[in-house]
Design a protein around this ligand. Structure first.
Ligand code: ATP
Ligand code: MG
Length: 328
């Protein structure tokens, strides 16, 4: 895609996302096995795009989500939570014949997580072009794609359709690959990821995902490849090692705030939601990265994927408390 330098990389205005809305149910012990009975905690509101958009709303940006829930309490829990936090939920369909998606999570001793998902056969699996709401597309200035949402051909088709419309209307696109290993079993996934990257203005991969979507053999070369392809900003998320920013001219590395991690799920989504909202509000890269890093760090101190979403005022207080630095 041709670069258009004069335009901001995240267009100000309504931020839209689309994808799975779930509840998450967590094992309470590290190393707990799902092959035997144990104590679980939940349901918690979840789904990567839902966490992302909840965080965007908490940052004070107008935003909406397109998704599907079942006609059940798991669905109501999510819709009420998103609405309360300021997300436009008019794009969430209630599918009578389906149940809301779910994810069960156990935490390994090495810090990794194992998930058992019920998404494809849940209400979220009903997402298709027919769920796209015209009024939301008309208002949308920025669309965020979560790679975890690309779990069916119908959703991939819907995602492509929204991306094309938003870009044709002069909007911008961000993409967090959030690749789950289960998804790579879909053979057309690579083609879909390539399609999305061709339209991506802001790319938000985790460290290990940078190489997954480029042919280069070093991270630096892979980032250059992505920038040459038309991506305008690459922000690499590195967990407790912070994050790095690249736009072809400028390169920044931001250390993570020191925290005690309770639950890593949702950090990347909170980081992404904050970064995109802050950029759409016209903040500098430096300020957006500071808020995004704080949002990610704060999120891991909360058990439950959406429980750590925070307002900018809460992030200011958190930054001050952790580093003695105010961004007011
Ligand atoms: P996920 O594995 O859930 O997809 P992710 O890889 O997208 O997560 P992370 O890199 O884990 O995202 O987290 C996003 C950001 O949040 C990091 O770049 C960092 O700024 C902050 N962060 C995450 N974990 C920690 C931590 N343990 N301590 C401090 N900051 C953290
Ligand atoms: Mg992620």
């Amino acid at each position: 895609m041709a670069k258009t330098e004069a335009k901001p990389d995240v267009r100000p205005g309504c931020i839209l996302t689309m994808g799975e809305i779930l509840v998450e149910i967590l094992a309470t012990e590290i190393g707990q096995s799902f092959r035997q009975a144990g104590t679980l905690i939940g349901p918690f509101a979840s789904g990567a795009p839902a966490i992302f958009i909840d965080q965007v709303a908490k940052c004070g940006s107008p935003c909406a989500i397109i998704g599907c829930v079942g006609d059940d309490d798991f669905g109501a829990l999510n819709v009420e939570r998103l609405r309360e936090d300021g997300v436009d939920v008019s794009g969430i369909s209630v599918i009578k014949a389906a149940t809301t998606g779910s994810a069960f999570v156990t935490y390994r001793k090495d810090g990794d997580r194992d998930f058992i998902y019920n998404i494809t056969n849940s209400a979220s699996g009903h997402l298709s072009v027919s769920e796209i709401r015209e009024h939301l597309l008309k208002d949308c200035r920025h669309f965020h794609v979560m790679g975890s949402s690309l779990f069916s051909f119908r959703i991939i088709e819907a995602m492509k359709s929204v991306i094309e419309t938003v870009k044709a209307n002069g909007g911008t696109v961000s993409f967090d690959p959030n690749i789950r290993k289960e998804m790579l079993r879909i053979p057309e996934m690579r083609e879909a990821l390539d399609f999305i990257l061709d339209y991506t203005d802001v790319f938000l991969p985790s460290g290990h995902e940078v190489m997954l979507l480029a042919s280069a053999s070093t991270e630096k070369a892979a980032i250059d490849e992505l920038l040459n392809r038309g991506v305008r900003e690459v922000v690499v998320k590195r967990g407790k090692d912070g994050c790095s920013y690249y736009d072809g001219k400028d390169e920044r590395h931001v250390q993570a705030l020191p925290v005690t991690e309770v639950d890593p799920t949702g950090a990347g989504d909170c980081f992404g939601g904050t970064y995109i909202a802050c950029r759409a509000q016209g903040m500098t890269v430096e300020r957006a990265l500071a808020y995004a890093g704080a949002a990610g760090a704060r999120a891991v101190t909360y058990r439950g994927p959406m429980e750590g979403t925070a307002t900018l005022a809460e992030l200011d207080a958190f930054i001050k408390e952790r580093a003695g630095v105010s961004h007011g």
